[in-house]
Design a protein around this ligand. Sequence first.
Ligand code: NAP
Length: 310
Amino acid sequence: MTVKILFAAKSDRWSTYKAPLEKALTDANIDFDLRTDFAPSEVDYIIYAPNSDVQDFTPYTRLKAVLNLWAGVENVTGNTTLTVPLARMVDHGLTRGMTEWVVGHTLRHHLGMDAHINGQDGIWRTEFPPLAQERPVTILGMGELGQDCARALSTLGFPVTGWSRSAKTVDGITMRHGPDGLSVALASAEILILLLPDTPATQNTLNGTTLAQMPHGAVIINPGRGSLIDDDALLAALDSGQIGHATLDVFRLEPLNKDHPFWAHPGVTVTPHIASETRPITASQVIAENVRRGEAGEPFLHLVDRAQGY
Ligand code: NAP
């Protein structure tokens, strides 16, 4: 029987995803009908961006699963009209993009590149940067993205500490977990990378108290979510010198308001939520595999734990 798949995302996404999705579904031997418009009662699967027009899932009476196009699911986990399995996006292309972005920004701060990029002023600055092995890095959030970044930074020689909700072992990484592990993970964090999801438990993970637990002059790199940081506490920590610099890709409200003090602060680098994105070819393969699994009665990949919010 033909599987009816609704593509529910902003209209400009359709031209980007149509061909890769059709190819991946064909390669997975699925007899499919993929469209941006169906009578809701006909739809088997929704390929979903949380900013799409579909917010009420009640009319989708034969829906088998919602397959999210984004890694972040905070705008859909609380939707009480969604009662079928929700899979989030784990995409090799997205992961590699994030690792490249994180490694690039980590090296910028580790090597002190700004002094030479901004200081073309005739001064012969001869300070050598330390080796990576002398620069402890901590990653909060050791899931798909955090672990890939940790491996890449560890390969470069950085001593990496990771922090997660549950206890786990990751080769070559010092792991901490749970509320008690946070202050230990922060204590050595000369460079801190945030790759936590936005859940009720992760809001304001960085606040006045936790920022004070970091080494003086530490650098923060946040490609996770804006809600992880108390903005006012961060600005105060930047002003006092407790935090040396913050590179921020994500914000509580996006686009970041033109008047927000982050834009003008000399200790802040703003990037416009471009750390990484879902890559259509690899993401389509993940989606096709989940449709295949659904049709074969096999467990879906990358299911969201709705109670935990990620
Ligand atoms: P993931 O695989 O679900 O990993 C999440 C990690 O956070 C896990 O290690 C988890 O711990 C940990 N965690 C969750 N709640 C916690 C808590 N209360 N205390 C301590 N640790 C906690 O997610 P991912 O794929 O790596 O993505 C992470 C986030 O990156 C996404 O949610 C999204 O917000 C963000 N993102 C941003 C961009 C961008 O362009 N800026 C792009 C993609 C994703 P456990 O291991 O114990 O479960």
